[in-house]
Design a protein around this ligand. Sequence first.
Ligand SMILES: *Cc1c(COP(=O)(O)O)cnc(C)c1O
Length: 365
Amino acid sequence: MLKQVQRAYNFNAGPSALPLPVLQKAQEELVDFRGSGMSVMELSHRSALYEEVHNEAIRLLKELYKIPEGYHVLFLQGGASLQFSMVPMNFLQAGKSAGYVMTGAWSEKAFAEAKLIGEVFEAASTKQENYKRIPQFDELNYDKDISYLHITSNNTIFGTQWSQFPDTGDVPLIADMSSDILCKPVDVEKFALIYAGAQKNLGPSGVTVVILRPDMLERAAKNLPTMLRYDIHVKNNSLYNTPPTFGIYMLGEVLKWVKDQGGVEGIEQRNREKAALIYDAIDASNDFYRGHAEKDSRSLMNITFTLQSDELEKKFLSEAKKAGFVGLNGHRSVGGCRASTYNAVPVEACQALRDFMIQFQKENS
Ligand SMILES: *Cc1c(COP(=O)(O)O)cnc(C)c1O
């Protein structure tokens, strides 16, 4: 029996909502994990009990995301932001360059970090259009001999998302999937490396998931500080040093919850339903609400929109806050409004937001 608890309509961009049953289970298990008389946080990371938690999370992610045989799953620290550096340090080869597809603020950060390491170029950019769309495949410009092509699968701040991924052949495709990993099934085989901070779709902050194609290890640089080497983390099953054990436990519980929702396929269906509720309210508003993203680039995870004036926007955000909605302010760099509808955000929260938007329009037009 679930206890009745007061939960916010949480549309935070990250860290963000976690599934209530996962929080409640963690609470139940907190002081005595599986009869150990300790919490997960107090277990040795070398104990059999912790290893079970660790390996179960890896196994479940492989199963749910249909990760091809042989790919490695790593749990690292330093967030997606450290991956911005680790990727070029490991894979940007001397005398070669790497292409970055610029689709928003996070692409820019990834690009800037890689530039500190070696030669990089923009393989495409929609910056001129204020990042309101994802480039078409035929806009991507790169040579076959580059070290890798980097994309951001979902642009958290601008609210755009790749709906399909290019076939890059022999060029390793690397993706920052921090804000949409596991929101829908993906052909993992197309990617040489996927990384994601956990705090949007997978669990609490502090864990970074890396999915790595095995052949990438051979080309990974070996003359790096130990903690920055993917091969070291692979060899040690992400237990080279103390991993963020509690975060990994939570991530495992979130994955069990995803499985209970019908797996990633079930989650996708729910996500489409959730996003449609809000996009429909925008589209039916006669321009009272205006979506930032072009329709075919719209994100399932971050819905960005503006109102007709700053004044009206302020009023919308302040009334939404009073009505119990959290996190609807757009990112400080772009303004406007943003509803982040990550996997764990319930359909009911999206219905409530849709109703609120319709009501607010009625009262203010
Ligand atoms: C949130 C986010 C990041 C930053 O993640 P950290 O874990 O805070 O470093 C990077 N890329 C994308 C697409 C994000 O949404």
